[in-house]
Design a protein around this ligand. Structure first.
Ligand SMILES: [Zn+2]
Length: 248
């Protein structure tokens, strides 16, 4: 149990008051962008098992899933590095000064990553291995910033060639398939988050990203939970519970 860490970076809709003034969007536009970009309810859907780490504010203010270095991060070109400057349809989102970037990195990004690193260290100390499940959801229709508009599965598994053992991918895919879900690997989103301390250095730290198609559990136009919500939550819990048997 100690060895499984559930990382939930995109569930929050909270824009702290002190950052609201930086946005160029009016309240309705901001609410729409939050609806499009938030992995709503993932804190609850993935919340029944393992040690959780939930980022407490919206990704529109700080996206902890991005690389800290602007150069290393592939989304920087789309204005969607840690501090987003553009919306999902590439309109201007907010003012991002050098001071603002520094503040967000130090006060939000680094604190979150430090916490995740400490949890991983603890898992390694106790179990000599660690599995970070990167928990997300995605819209059933591609947003304009996305690179691929190919088929949208029910479940997308994101993997890293160094940190995701093949057996783990198969196990996870089989578990979801057996529950009736259409599973794809690295489509439409690829990769999974690993703390920089271990990134490409220590294979005892394994990772996999699990992304749920939002149409399975919510009305994507309103953000209201749909009929399938509880089933999806139970199925995710069952899969996570089974992953305890993985080995790096
Ligand atoms: Zn996400």
């Amino acid at each position: 149990m100690e060895k499984i860490i559930i990382h939930i970076p995109h569930s929050s809709t909270v824009i702290p008051e002190e950052y609201r003034g930086l946005f160029f969007l009016n309240n309705d536009e901001l609410a729409d962008e939050i609806l499009r970009m938030t992995d709503r309810y993932t804190d609850d859907l993935f919340g029944s098992f393992g040690h959780k780490i939930i980022f407490p504010i919206s990704r529109l203010v700080c996206d902890v899933e991005r690389f800290r270095s602007e150069k290393q991060e592939s989304m920087t070109g789309k204005g969607m590095w840690v501090c987003y400057e553009r919306t999902s349809d590439q309109r201007t989102l907010k003012t991002v000064s050098v001071e603002h970037k520094k503040e967000i990195l130090e006060n939000w990004y680094d604190i979150h990553h430090k916490k995740l690193t400490l949890m991983s260290e603890r898992a390694l100390r106790l179990c000599n291995q660690c599995l970070i499940v990167d928990a997300h959801s995605f819209p059933s229709k591609a947003l304009s910033y996305e690179n691929t508009r190919r088929n949208r599965p029910d479940i997308c598994l994101g993997t890293d060639e160094y940190h995701t053992p093949t057996g783990l991918i198969r196990q996870c895919a089989d578990l979801f398939s057996a529950l009736g879900y259409r599973v794809a690997v690295n489509i439409p989103f690829a990769g999974c988050l690993i703390p920089m301390k271990y990134y490409r250095k220590d294979q005892r730290v394994a990772g996999i990203m699990i992304e749920i198609n939002r149409s399975l559990y919510m009305d994507e136009n309103t953000g209201i939970k749909s009929e399938g919500y509880l089933t999806v939550k139970e199925d995710i819990t069952a899969v996570l519970r089974d992953l305890i048997h993985f080995n790096t």
